[in-house]
Ligand binder design. Sequence first.
Ligand SMILES: Cc1ncc(COP(=O)(O)O)c(C=O)c1O
Length: 361
Amino acid sequence: MNKLTPQPGIMDITLYQGGAAHVKGVSNVIKLSSNENPYGPSPKAMEAVRDSAALLHRYPSTNHAPLRAAIGEVHGLNPDQIICGVGSDEVLQFVVHAYAGPGDDVIYTRHGFSMYPILARMVGATPVQVDESERKVDVDAILATCSERTKVVFLANPANPTSTMLAEGEIARLADGLPPQAILVLDGAYAEFVEGFDGGAALVAARDNVIMTRTFSKIYGLGGMRVGWGYAPQDIINVLNRIRQPFNLSSTALVAAEAAVRDRDYVEHCRAENTRLRAWLAGELAEAGVPSDTSCTNFILARFADQTEAEACDAYLQSQGLIVRKVAGYGLPNALRITVGDEDGCRRIAEAVRGFKAGQA
Ligand SMILES: Cc1ncc(COP(=O)(O)O)c(C=O)c1O
């Protein structure tokens, strides 16, 4: 008999479900289930990837200095206070690994990103879920849940899958009210979709208990490359770097991300298209009788009468070659999360939802 015993918490982990990409027997499928950039990466990032092939026999940089310098330049941040990871998921993992363990609480909210409880369990900590208020993070509820066991508080702003966002003052109030041993993680995976938003960088600079994480997987269109980063006070970065593998990012990933972050025109174009098409699609859905909260992201959380209707619409969309995300696992059984695609993707979704609703009437 196998006597090997995994660490506490590990067998309680429910495996992460990625967004589906195929529908059996249907061609011309559009994947709108993973909040990816419908336009792909910057052409400059693709060129950097091609150029990197000749040097693949060399180990990559271990300190990621050129990428951190580029991020620092573009975002106006001190590169020394930046750490890069295999997607922002890895940076989130560094935080729980470094600051939480058995007997500690990791707080996340009712509709929070599904990796948060997984990460807590990975290190044997207890994931503690806090209620939201009408699909919006409730700062008072989080503060009321904090205790001497609280070590990490995860908050995506804007949030996935709700697409809602807290104002900077609310986040500051949360950071100020946390117990001294707790670190606040501001997950800014969707920050670039909010014009002029710094993702919480100013809050990091003004406090010693806040880290901001960002990703190249969303607006930069590099989900397949797996690059993310974090910005935190120097003390925290010095801790996290001790548990980061020296060669966590490939040389190809490093140059792709550097080229992507420097291509500001491309990011601006993607943001503008997302803003335009998101407003159009939300309006079309509302007209068809499918409301949504004002989205601050690159997806819309479309609400239906109940779970039965949401599931029926999902099945209908699939039959039309449109893959969106069911979010019952996030406590939102009557909703579907729809990534804002390109013009064609948005038109097809609007038309299909209208067709579905007409069939229901
Ligand atoms: C809120 C949020 N945080 C973090 C991530 C992880 O992104 P990545 O690991 O690709 O950087 C995602 C991806 O969907 C997300 O939605």
